[in-house]
Design a protein around this ligand. Sequence first.
Ligand code: SAH
Length: 202
Amino acid sequence: MVETQLRHRGIQDERVLQVMREIPREEFVRPEAQVFAYQDDPVPIGFRQTISQPYMTALMAEVLELKGTETVLEVGTGSGYAAAVLGALAAEVITIELIPALADFARENLTRTGRHRNVLVIGGDGSLGYPPRAPYDAISVAAAAPEIPAALLSQLREPGRLVIPVGPTDDQELRVVFKTGGNLDSRIATLCRFVPLRGSQH
Ligand code: SAH
């Protein structure tokens, strides 16, 4: 997976590649889906949600340029896999999941793999961010929104980075936003297709 799906497609950050080599992705899917854990696609995790394609998780982690000191907010915990990856690259991760049963699934997966120590799973609506621990050095949104929720931009530290799929169902661009000196700059990292962000901001 690391060589053919990630490095071959341009993921260069050696820390990202190493972490994705180490974290057992099969521990973050349902037992009946374990044979699909390393395939080059999203994999269903129940409740019509998916664990993202490995390349997408790698790209989102890479564009955040984490050094190991950051507090990261993730919106859309799902299986907990991306949270585990971010946790290995940053100081701590707060991750929010709207579906309570998936928050429980992620907590179990993180604990079983020993990745829970610096990853806090919160049940709730991440379209509002998570004010108690703001501001965040980096924010990763794993569900697609028609536009970037204002609450997330306001909870981003300066300097800070946010990555989010933006656009209609089935046709989004993965946007990387840099917040610095009172300005927001953004670039498009790739085209993508994520499940929709729900909650009160949308
Ligand atoms: N990062 C996950 C993939 C997440 S899929 C992984 O590595 O497995 C997107 C997730 O976002 C789904 O679990 C969905 O329930 C959740 N979601 C959608 N809208 C949300 C919201 N407003 N707040 C929190 N989670 C949300």
